[in-house]
Design a protein around this ligand. Sequence first.
Ligand SMILES: CC(C)(COP(=O)(O)OP(=O)(O)OC[C@H]1O[C@@H](n2cnc3c(N)ncnc32)[C@H](O)[C@@H]1OP(=O)(O)O)[C@@H](O)C(=O)NCCC(=O)NCCS
Length: 135
Amino acid sequence: MTTPSYSIRKAVAADFEAIDEFDMFAGDRQEEISRGECFVAVQGETVAGYLTTARSFYQNPFIAYIQVRDNQQRHGIGHALLAFAESRWPVEKIYISTEADNAPMLHLLQKRGYTPAGEILFIQNEPELVFCKLR
Ligand SMILES: CC(C)(COP(=O)(O)OP(=O)(O)OC[C@H]1O[C@@H](n2cnc3c(N)ncnc32)[C@H](O)[C@@H]1OP(=O)(O)O)[C@@H](O)C(=O)NCCC(=O)NCCS
């Protein structure tokens, strides 16, 4: 199977609608886009995935949201979005979290060398597991 090529860039206001079509997380990403904290993976004219990151975790970079469109998953876009974020902060710790029952995300974090860094309760139904990439 051939993998369509894609590029990753900072999201602009015009990307909001496309992101919102598949964004499963609470609220929407308007604020993150306007703060310059949202990045999109684009295939042709299609926004295939996005990630947000900000220096919001005790001054450390934190990836709050990462999502790939359902029909574009398993083509390496999740990997590429994380690699992009990691390359922006090459010498710093990067934190990220996901629910304890999110098998695809847990596999992805393991493959990219993230280390368990604790858990937070009472945010969602499942414990929120925190991971860190130590360089
Ligand atoms: C998690 C997510 C971002 C992965 O994106 P993706 O583009 O499909 O990921 P990739 O194609 O780069 O896959 C990377 C690895 O993730 C793991 N993975 C991805 N989807 C998986 C699935 N359905 N089941 C098991 N492992 C999976 C695999 O280890 C995979 O590597 P492999 O294909 O070599 O086996 C995507 O599943 C998604 O958008 N999920 C919904 C949103 C979400 O849960 N976000 C995380 C919480 S913030």
